[in-house]
Design a protein around this ligand. Structure first.
Ligand SMILES: Nc1ncnc2c1ncn2[C@@H]1O[C@H](COP(=O)(O)OP(=O)(O)OP(=O)(O)O)[C@@H](O)[C@H]1O
Ligand SMILES: [Mg+2]
Length: 363
């Protein structure tokens, strides 16, 4: 998949801007705050139907305006146009070739993108939700049934939790609780099985990429932790039912799954250096890219935001070598210095387009 053209209308600090892109490297350069990351986020928005950074679309509207749009012309097997529109008073819509999707989830997976940003270290330092999101994003791009299962699971879980809350610590109706469990168990079990299979396939890709980046035999691993590893989901729910009634929420289930990261058999979070952690996280994201690529045959967009921060010169060089290979497609990259980024790619025989952003280009 390639983006030929992007147009932003009142999207964050870009009032009215457009770019035509080359097939391989597209670099955005300019001073802090000119809107480089915002452009990458707009591309991500077109892929995920939401921003990578902002939870609410309202925060994406250029200050003082009440609607925005993001448009792209794409090339895959044929040409496509995607138009996303949203605003204060209008419902968010996504259109492909002029036709609106009935549901936004129908668009997921059409334009795959992997975004690498400095915020990704939250994968290491934040709670398990970040790591579940990473797993779920990787799978959902390729597996619609999985995405629908996740949505259904969340809905039933919310209902079960609302029911537990309504009990105020006293279980009067075990039948109703069991009826929620009967709906939750098959969906949760499917999600667990698919996540487990994903980790099994993902781990060797991750280790291969980590080795290529770090070029040392330093051992890295990730393992999947789930209460379903040792027990069936219905046993887990039954064993925790008393606790759940007391706590007024569902304490165990696949909504608590986690990924454990290790370097030299020690927890990465505690024992990794800043550069090692950054390398680990970049390898995770590139492995996500390769997982999607190898499974779908398509080349997702690769969005690289401030990628050189905290990575030493030799690792940066290897990163450039990797992404310039045929295993990666079109790349969008941001940096404060245009010439530095040009120099990084100069040794490689790839098409390179540099967009220098000036403060007045934007707001
Ligand atoms: N909704 C919005 N409306 C207008 N401007 C916005 C909006 N949201 C963010 N901005 C502005 O966008 C700018 C930040 O853009 P962005 O993060 O893309 O900068 P950048 O070029 O990546 O900078 P850096 O080099 O520091 O990473 C800030 O000046 C911020 O005020
Ligand atoms: Mg930025």
């Amino acid at each position: 998949m390639r983006v030929k053209e992007l147009k932003l209308y009142q999207f964050k600090n870009h009032r009215n801007a457009s770019w035509s892109f080359g097939d391989k490297i597209n670099a955005f350069a300019g001073l802090n705050g000119v809107g480089k990351t915002n452009i990458l986020d707009a591309l991500y928005y077109l892929s995920a139907t939401k921003s990578y950074f902002n939870h609410s679309d309202q925060q994406l509207l250029l200050f003082g305006t009440n609607e925005a749009s993001v448009y792209a012309k794409l090339e895959k097997d044929q040409e496509y146009e995607i138009l996303a529109g949203f605003g204060e008073t209008r419902k968010k819509t996504f259109k492909r070739n002029g036709k609106a999707y009935a549901r936004l989830v129908d668009h997921i997976g059409f334009l795959q993108a992997v975004f690498i940003t400095p915020y990704d270290i939250s994968l290491v330092f934040e709670g398990s939700e970040e790591r579940r999101k990473f797993i779920d994003y990787s799978i959902s791009q390729l597996n619609k049934d999985y995405l629908h299962d996740l949505i259904a699971y969340r809905k039933i879980l919310d209902q079960r939790n609302a029911f537990l809350k309504s009990l105020e610590g006293r279980l009067l109706d075990t039948l109703l609780l069991e009826s929620y469990d009967r709906s939750l168990v098959p969906i949760g079990t499917r999600i667990y099985e698919i996540r487990k299979k994903f980790i099994d396939e993902f781990l060797p890709i991750f280790q291969e990429i980590h080795l290529a980046l770090a070029q040392t035999e330093i051992s890295v691993s990730l393992s999947y932790e789930s209460p379903l590893t040792s027990e069936t989901f219905s046993a887990v729910l039954q064993a925790n039912s008393y606790k759940d009634v007391q706590a007024q929420r569902t304490s165990q289930g696949i909504h608590k799954d986690d990924l454990v990261f290790e370097i030299k058999n020690m927890p990465l979070k505690k024992f990794g250096s800043q550069g090692q952690i950054k390398t680990f996280v970049v390898a995770l994201k590139l492995a996500q890219y390769q997982y999607l690529h190898r499974k779908s045959g398509d080349l997702p967009l690769l969005l690289l935001d401030d990628i050189f921060e905290k990575i030493d010169a030799s690792r940066s060089q290897r990163l450039m070598e990797l992404v310039c290979s045929d295993a990666y497609g079109q790349i969008f990259i941001s940096d404060t210095h245009g010439e530095r980024i040009r120099a990084h790619f100069a040794p490689f025989d790839v098409s390179f387009r540099l967009f220098e952003l000036e403060p007045e280009d934007s707001v």
